[in-house]
Design a protein around this ligand. Structure first.
Ligand SMILES: Cc1cc2nc3c(=O)[nH]c(=O)nc-3n(C[C@H](O)[C@H](O)[C@H](O)COP(=O)(O)OP(=O)(O)OC[C@H]3O[C@@H](n4cnc5c(N)ncnc54)[C@H](O)[C@@H]3O)c2cc1C
Length: 289
């Protein structure tokens, strides 16, 4: 379990990192927390000739609120998200999700930017970030651009990132009143990755009916996805147990669940329905309280 040899450069600025990526082309790989990349290098599933370390670039750090948007730097670790007073207050769903990632060691080193860019189909963050309508800011040789979370995860370990682009920050709209949000997952016992993870947001109108619902699901398909049929089925209805159960039945509609050591496609479909019901129910209770 020893990686093949590689060169290493630590970039001090975003511009320097992009330049290094351009210089070394396909040989280069970004490293931030290293908690997904290093196991891959050790197993020799990838053998990049150059690692570009972005973990000390100040512009990629920090958590701040600007005009009702919570902005989280790509280098923010899972532990920082879990324990940040701003995130806990302005986006408790993300803090709740970060607290469920791996173990203390993983949460201390792993970063939100690394997790999103890696796009493991069983990673936790994609579900809440899709449900929250988050945007990802990326910067590359052609400048900066923004991607909607829901369009970013294109397949297993595949994203909308273009060559030599770096994910710099995550932008999350702050939720309004009478909105509840919940992340529920069935976890792999050893690693904590999601066999099925469901993030649900429920907003209640003054009439007590669901004015908006938003559902992101990870761990079930080759890439995390928005469960639009569930959202449509519960919108405008009372958040009763019957209505939630009926809507949750659409959790894996038009989805091809994958098979691995942990679950068959049939079991994943079942989990998607059960955990969507639980996440919606919990979010609706929070919205009403
Ligand atoms: C034992 C173990 C258990 C885990 N359990 C969970 C779990 O329960 N849930 C979960 O979601 N995850 C889990 N993980 C994964 C963990 O969250 C990783 O930290 C995360 O997936 C990657 O973040 P990183 O900063 O370590 O990225 P790295 O490993 O440094 O990089 C990962 C990939 O992203 C690229 N990259 C990194 N940063 C950027 C950037 N800013 N812009 C563009 N590309 C970038 C790298 O080139 C690389 O391809 C686990 C990992 C381990 C080792």
């Amino acid at each position: 379990m020893i990686p093949a040899g590689f060169d290493y450069r630590r970039a001090e600025t975003l511009e320097e990192a992009i330049q290094l990526l351009q210089e070394h082309g396909e040989e280069a790989k970004i490293i931030s927390g290293g908690h997904s990349l290093l196991p891959i290098l050790k197993a020799r599933l990838a053998q990049p000739g150059m690692l570009v370390d972005i973990s000390r670039i100040p512009a990629l750090s920090g958590i701040l609120e600007e005009e009702q948007i919570l902005i989280i730097g790509a280098l923010t670790t899972h532990h920082e998200i879990e324990s940040s007073p701003e995130v806990r207050k302005l986006c408790p769903l993300l803090a709740e999700t970060a607290a469920q990632i791996g173990d203390v060691q993983v949460r201390n080193r792993g970063t939100i930017g690394g997790s999103i860019s890696h796009a493991d189909p069983a990673a936790d963050y994609p579900a809440p970030l899709i449900a929250l309508d988050a945007e990802f800011l990326v910067t590359g040789p052609d400048g900066a651009r923004s991607n909607r979370a829901e369009n970013f995860f294109e397949g297993t370990f595949e994203t909308a990132l273009r060559p030599n682009e770096i994910l710099t920050s995550v932008h999350i709209p702050i939720l309004g009143r009478r909105t509840g949000a919940s992340y529920c997952k069935a976890a792999q016992q050893a690693s904590g990755f999601a066999v099925c993870g469901v993030a649900a947001l429920v907003e209640l109108g003054d009439d007590g009916l669901v004015s908006k619902a938003s559902v992101g699901i990870t761990g079930v398909a080759g890439a995390a996805y928005r469960a639009t049929p569930v959202e449509e089925a519960i919108a405008g209805k009372a958040p009763s147990a019957e209505n939630i159960e009926a809507a949750a039945a659409y959790a894996a509609d038009d989805i091809v669940p994958f098979e691995d050591l942990y679950a068959t496609p049939e079991f994943r479909r079942h989990l998607a329905e059960v955990w969507t019901r639980r996440a919606l129910d919990r979010a609706a209770r929070m919205a009403g309280s």
